[in-house]
Design a protein around this ligand. Sequence first.
Ligand code: CU
Length: 323
Amino acid sequence: MVARSSEVRSSAVRHSASQGAGGHRRRGAGRLAGLGLGGAALLVLLTGCDVGKTFGGFGWPQGGITPQSHRMYDLWIASCIAALAVGVFVWGLIFWCVIRYRKRGNELPVQTRYNLPMEFLYTIAPILVVSVLFYYTAVVQTGVDKITKNPDVTVEVVAFKWNWQFNYRDGQGPDANTVASVLGTSDVIPVLVLPTGKSIRFEETSRDVIHSFWVPELLFKRDVMPGNVRNVFEVTSLDQEGEFVGRCAELCGSYHAFMNFELRVVSPQQYDQFLAEKKAGKSTQEALTAIGEAPYASTTEPFDTRRTKNNFNPSDASAGAGS
Ligand SMILES: [Cu+2]
């Protein structure tokens, strides 16, 4: 009891003695905070506008070909910079505290529990940070999910084990008609031909299990559901001509890994001609040749199904029956 009261007394004495140093300490904390923020600002300045490029996109894939992909990329980069700024500030505070308040003797240090401004700060600051991140995430996500009334092109994506069919439609929804179609087989990779500079709606449906339509350059994938579900998404434009590999991104069975297609982005004139050729009854390969494009996919190739009667025979009950 005696020891305790003397401890309290000595603490009180020290507390009053350190009042003068309090202002000094606050200035130190302010300087440190300023240093952290200044460091983050300097980092941005030194690396120029495209910070993402300097740091390899902070792990996010680069080279998106739609406005949506660029907005998602920018959100990611901004979030990383915000996270790093907060990180530098917090790490700075931790190291400053470790050094400034290291143990100097056996006396109890000044206790600062129930410091209201401090508790207010570390309650409000995280809420603010999360609110800002939430706001921009909601804005970008709403933009990515936006569906318009009259997209320039509507294509129905039909997935099945283990390939794709792309139906060019004359309208939106399940009641529209297919005017031309591209079908993948075990021997030929399906090529989805689409124009640059046009808004495109993808209406997805599956014939069997859940698949996922994924073109890495769209920085986007969406599940393709069986039944009456039509998963719909749109891109406001494709900004770059070229060949881009497409994949199934949902484990859908034995040959899931080989369920590839190719997205071929061409000029609007080439696209119109391609569609006209298809409507006239040409095959996809003939139509591609007619518009001066390579007839077959170049980003991926059909795989060997190895389904011969020797290694795939469902009637052979002894195989896998556990007998
Ligand atoms: Cu699949």
